[in-house]
Write a protein that binds this ligand. Structure first.
Ligand code: PRP
Length: 176
């Protein structure tokens, strides 16, 4: 199968957004050291850039796998939490969940509900991208980079069938 990529958000725009989000977090977390929790795999590049742009001391960086998609470009409608996160990591901590994209909202709403059961001191969501047209579960995004239209995208951690994650910018993908 062949695909065509078209640039949607370039490297400079991404870097500016990451900087803006890091500064907003720095303002909000004075005197606090949050736990940063990345959702694998898509958030790995965004998280790596975000934490390096932040001045706030970070207590811990953790990752968890939550999978909602198979190899198709349509959501399966179900999220599964595939990794374990210890209660001690979350309880009484200020937790920032970092996600590359909010689409249906199923992944993040599933995870945020699960994390609330461990009674974090606070729980916030930072996402680079939001596709509100696709929402099926309500999600509050506390720190958001870009709102984007309902197109299939790849790059900067986001895949199509596990490919294209390494691209430095974000592209729309069309199957030819
Ligand atoms: C993608 C993306 C988000 C999720 C968003 O992950 O990274 O985690 O889908 O979709 P939703 O809002 O409809 O739940 P995916 O499950 O494809 O796994 P990956 O991060 O390993 O690519």
């Amino acid at each position: 199968m062949k695909e065509r990529l078209e640039l949607l958000i370039g490297q400079e725009a991404i870097a500016n957004a990451v900087d803006r989000l890091a500064k907003a977090i720095d303002r909000d977390y004075q005197q606090r050291s949050p736990v940063v929790l990345g959702i694998l795999k898509g958030s790995f590049i965004f998280l790596a850039d975000l934490v390096r742009a932040m001045q706030t001391p970070i207590q811990d960086i953790e990752f968890i796998r939550v999978s909602s998609y198979g190899s198709a470009t349509v959501s399966s409608g179900q999220a599964k939490i595939l990794g374990n996160i210890s209660e001690a990591t979350i309880a009484n901590r200020d937790v920032i969940v970092v996600e590359d994209i909010i689409d249906t909202g199923i992944t993040t709403s599933t995870l945020l509900q699960a994390l609330q059961r461990y009674h974090p001191a606070s729980l916030k969501l930072c996402a680079l991208l939001d596709k509100p047209d696709r929402r099926r579960q309500p999600v509050t995004v506390d720190y958001l980079g870009f709102t984007i239209p309902d197109r299939f995208i790849v790059g900067y951690g986001i895949d199509f069938d596990q490919s294209y994650r390494q691209l430095s910018a974000i592209y729309t993908l069309k199957e030819l």
